[in-house]
Design a protein around this ligand. Structure first.
Ligand SMILES: [Zn+2]
Length: 144
């Protein structure tokens, strides 16, 4: 089962719970920050013609303020959709650093993409008006 199928399965089995989590402010903030970082990474690495306004279960659910819906290529869109579900299903509250968490919930190649994206976009995001605390939190929790 690839990551995309895993996410489809998660929505089939846990859709209601995921949507409930999407309404949580902290979770929504993490998701919007994650997608904002993915947008920075995508804009500098991937074909502009492929990038369209992101759509996922979370965008449909209103997790993103309209002006924060990122433009992403299909590949980055898949990674962000994956991250949305993983964040929603994190059972730790408050969420610990992912690095020190005993439950490594990301599939290995998704975790690798996440690290690459954060390492590139983190320092750049600080200069583009993103909420610095939110970014700091994400970076400190994703890097390993
Ligand atoms: Zn991309």
């Amino acid at each position: 089962m690839n990551a995309e199928e895993a996410i489809d399965r998660a929505y089939e089995r846990l859709g209601e719970r995921i949507h409930e989590k999407f309404r949580c402010k902290d979770i929504a903030r993490d998701i919007v920050t994650l997608a904002g970082m993915a947008e920075i990474y995508c804009a500098d690495h991937h074909d502009d013609a492929q990038r369209v306004p992101f759509r996922s279960e979370a965008t449909e659910a209103g997790v993103y303020p309209a002006r924060k819906i990122p433009r992403l290529c299909p590949d980055c869109a898949r990674h962000v959709r994956y991250g949305e579900v993983r964040r929603a299903l994190c059972t730790r509250d408050p969420r610990p650093s992912c690095k020190t968490c005993s439950n490594h919930c990301y599939a290995p190649d998704e975790a690798a993409w996440q690290r690459t994206c954060m390492a590139y976009a983190g320092p750049r995001a600080m200069f583009r008006g993103h909420a610095i605390d939110a970014i700091r939190h994400l970076i400190q929790t994703r890097r390993s």
